[in-house]
Design a protein around this ligand. Structure first.
Ligand code: AHG
Ligand code: MN
Ligand code: MN
Length: 355
């Protein structure tokens, strides 16, 4: 064996090179300890998702300099929300990234009423990609952080009538999930059920390079993220929780308008994100299949907790493609505290917090 003290220069050089070569595709293979067909598929899937992320990041970084990037399309999507030009562009980028991939037969997204088929892939494409092309699109025109959320499921059955009944299953059916955060740097965070790993886009290489492996969310964190503008539309139990944290020393509110950004902070720092139901929308705003379930999968993989307030989020079975769920997501203790209010048994924080 080489003497590392003699060759220490070489050793560190090799380490640095190895670090720079830990790309997304290599990391997936490394995780699965296999070069078999399933591992190759997942690795290729992640590479294509990474490509979509790079194309979206490139467009966002030029948004103020190009015509036709910002603003509304004038259309309203299946959710009844005004569609931004970036929503449409990003939606199409994911489709284009998977054309001629032989991987994904079908894509389903927030911006499409029904799933989109790529017929040339279908004879062998065994996967469905579910995604939110731009999460937090109200931030887009103001040069603030936005994200993309993705989830991969096995395609089960033929889905001949295009109703995607096979997708109406719980979040536990996800093979992989994650998000891309378009912030000061672009980061991709993913899990294939073996921990949570963060990659930063190195613009000089055009590659996502491993930045943080096996992320663990703190058991308790100092922030709560919720849109308090909805205060009088919530159930009294949520109001009581918020009044409670107002009185607790050490809590800060953080709400960016993009779920991906808020969850990214919580993964590193701990805390809780809430989007409860309101009187008008008892299921809240966020969609299960391509928003809450993928992020729930990630947070659980990082040791946190994903809940609707009354049940485990990953057990919820949607009744249609665009079904919504209330969301309480983040550090285990913070989530349990919110649940205790919702279940009408408010716990004193001291039961949970170890300072
Ligand atoms: P989207 O842009 O995909 O529709 O998602 C927006 C979501 C989420 O990112 C954010 O946390 C939340 O909606 C903000 O909604 P409110 O403005 O109602 O707080
Ligand atoms: Mn969203
Ligand atoms: Mn969106």
């Amino acid at each position: 064996m080489a003497d590392k003290s003699v060759n220490s220069g070489n050793f560190f050089h090799e380490q640095a090179l190895d670090r720079d070569c830990t790309t997304l595709s290599r990391h997936v293979l490394q995780q699965l300890k296999s070069f078999g067909p399933d591992a190759q598929d997942l690795s290729a899937l992640m590479t294509r998702i990474g490509l979509a992320g790079k194309l979206i990041a490139r467009r966002l970084s030029r948004a103020g300099l190009m015509e036709g990037v910002l603003g509304l399309t004038g259309e309203v999507n299946v959710q009844g929300e005004d569609v931004k030009k970036m929503d449409l562009f990003a939606n199409e980028v994911f489709i284009a990234a998977f054309k001629q991939s032989g991987l994904v037969c079908r894509l389903a997204s927030e911006e499409m009423d029904k799933p989109y088929y790529i017929p040339e892939n279908c004879p062998i494409g065994r996967y469905t990609l579910l995604y939110d092309p731009i999460d937090g699109s109200s931030n887009v025109d103001h040069n603030l952080n936005v994200g993309s959320i993705f989830s991969i499921r096995q395609q089960e059955g033929e889905d001949l009538d295009g109703t995607a009944q096979d997708l109406l299953q719980s979040g536990r059916k996800q093979i992989a999930a994650g998000y891309i955060l378009y912030g000061p740097s672009t980061m991709l965070v993913y899990s294939i059920g073996q921990g949570v790993h963060a990659f930063a886009l190195d613009p000089s290489l055009g590659e996502f390079i491993l930045a943080c492996e096996n992320m663990i969310i703190p058991d308790h964190g100092p922030t709560y993220s919720v849109n308090e503008g909805n205060f009088w539309d919530w159930d009294e139990s949520i109001r009581q929780y918020v009044r409670y944290v107002h009185r607790q020393p050490g809590y800060s509110a953080r709400y960016s308008g993009a779920l991906v950004g808020d969850i990214h902070r919580i993964l590193f720092q701990g805390g809780v994100f809430l989007y409860p139901g309101t009187t008008k929308n008892p299921q809240g705003k966020l969609r299960l299949l391509y928003e809450t379930a993928p992020l729930g999968f990630l947070v659980e993989q990082a040791g946190g907790k994903a809940s609707t307030g009354s049940e485990n989020l990953l057990d919820v079975v949607p009744d249609h493609l665009h079904a919504r769920t209330p969301l309480v997501l983040g550090s285990r203790q913070n989530v349990e505290l919110v649940e205790s209010f919702i279940q009408n048994n408010p716990q004193a924080e001291s039961t949970f917090v170890q300072v």
